[in-house]
Design a protein around this ligand. Sequence first.
Ligand code: DGJ
Length: 740
Amino acid sequence: MKEKLNFYFKRQGAILLLLFYSATSLWAQKITIPIASENHMILLQTDHLNRLRTIYFGKPLQNQSELEAVGATTNYDENNSGIYNSAYTPAGTWNLSEPAIQVKHADGNPSLELKYSSYKKEQIDANTSLTSIVLKDPVYLFEVILCYKVWSKENVIEQWTEIRHKEKKAVLLQKFASANLYFSNKDFYLTSFQGEYLKEMQSIETKLEQGIRTIDSKLGTRAMLLQTPNFMVSFGKPASENQGTVLLGQLAWSGNFKLDFEIDSHKNLRLITGINPFASEYALAPNETFKTPSLIYALSNNGTGEASRNLQNWARKYRVLDGEGERLTLLNNWEATYFDFDENKISGLFKGAKDIGVDMFLLDDGWFGNKYPRNNDDAGLGDWQENKKKLPHGLGYLVKEAKKEGVKFGIWIEPEMVNSRSELYEKHQDWVIRQPERPEIYYRNQMVLDLSNPEVQDFVFGIVDNLFVKNPDLAFIKWDCNAVIYNAYSTYLNKKGLPQSNLYVDYIKGLYKVLERIRTKYPKVPMMLCSGGGGRGEYEFLKYFTEFWPSDDTEPLERIFLQWNYSYFFPSITTDNHVTDWGKQPLKFRVDVASMGKLGFDIVTDHLSEKDKQFCKQAISNYHSFKDIVWHGDQYRLVNPYENEIASLMYVNKDKTRAVVFNYLVNNRFNLTATKRPVLFNGLDSNKMYSVKEINTYPNIDSTLKKDAVFSGDFLMKAGYNPDVNLKRTSVVLEIKEVK
Ligand code: DGJ
């Protein structure tokens, strides 16, 4: 017995020794992976079981030799339930917290483990690198690649995941996040942006407490209608414009999304974002790669101002179609005519467009459908032939007439949709997303076409292609999307023997395929992304679109708040702002607000008084003189309308020689204090001298500001300038120019 015990202990000792050596040798082989930009660093490190974990998020560490030691500065895992900082958390093995990935293998087994396998960093150019890390399941032929593309100067990261396997049959992906981040800090504040029709991008800031705060969409199309994939995380204190560490993020995906912000039991923040797994188990065939959408985030240690300027610069330079290019100012007929127009009425509006000085006329909804004319929103969608009664000479005639007047011509389409009162529906019910055995459910009287079906993709591509083939001079497309997906069911997937749960994802992938084809054939034609207002607008779409429509709410006071919030994430060149008859604000106020982006008009110019017309002409000509600064310059949010009685926003050109400052009264109460204070400018050169001049004044109303005033940049940024905004001067635009 004693011998047996001796043997037993010796054997156990040998095993322990072996384990110790292998553990220490593993320890010695710890892999530490830095993902670094100019001002930020994320460190990932393998643990003793070769799992990849996030060990650092903060300012870049200077000594490469010290990176490995960072892992030992925290002590998060006394047991498995404490491992929250996994770089991509699998489900079904050791992890009991919210997973980033959950799968059912080809053999039906629901477990996944991911061990570090290799990594590489490619330097794409002096500013851009791509780090890819391969993680593998030790039991199944299943792997994921974590990808981090970093733009160093802008401190912007694009992160996505690629999933593939070599199992015998399809693997069911039940959850497949784009990113699984981990931040350790004392407190976290989350600003999210919710909305509804006419109330898009309303911000809410909350301190995150233990538990999960989820922001998601299950709407299928028009996904941003109620919640948006944009967010802001502020570390340690609420977000502020010029101070503090903040992260501005967005899931660049046009369909259902899910963002989980979890404060774990260490009071750290886990952030898991990706396609919403709701009703979306995805069958992934062997040897195919599932590429998740990207999480895009900008980091700054100097507040939201710097973060969003960086994001805007990045977007213009690297993301948005023709982001550094030009845009067309326009006159749209939607609110001027709605569906009630014909050829004569439309061509009669061209002269007005020319007169006020815009570049283009945009013909909106209502121009198509014959058996079911589009005279209302309950018929015609899907039948993209000119209505013969309204437009007897076709679109070509209008394009030519516009050209004669010296303006370009653009057109509205809503190609993903169908009315049940349409020839398309009569012919192709099988192309419509609908439950065959249930009553149809409509959103704005329409349903969504099934873009998972390649035939439908061809049809949608054909709509755009036909328009351009027949009208090569067509200068612009407004692409609308007014319905959500009800009764999610695809006849096509059914026929193909594919699971219905592929639909939400394959719809969006199908849509991207169509857009890819459009852009291959028509690389530069400007296209506006619209979704019954601001139901869309994110950075995957903006690879294909030059701009987007933030909201049907064009009431200018509301619009200041809305545009303010959009500006955290998007450069002004991408946001289309139209002057309409909404609200009680004077025309000047409306034009000034719409000038903080891509300016358009949706009014009947003939209804304008002579003075109004004169004002518009002058303001549009001023806009043409400063649009380059608004579109391509740096934006500074000076005075926040959410916290003050006025709003001030400033745009400065890159060499700091010119700027334009917009100031508005956003509170009509008597004896306001904010208007007595100066506005502190930003982004100027302290050593340069600048003239400050009010522009966009209404005819015969003189500015109350001192003429020919000249100040140093130092003065304007420290002592500031009072634009004299008050109840009589509710909107003041200032032009700043360097004086030599
Ligand atoms: C919704 C858009 O937001 C409007 O601008 C207009 O194009 C209508 N659709 C047309 O139906």
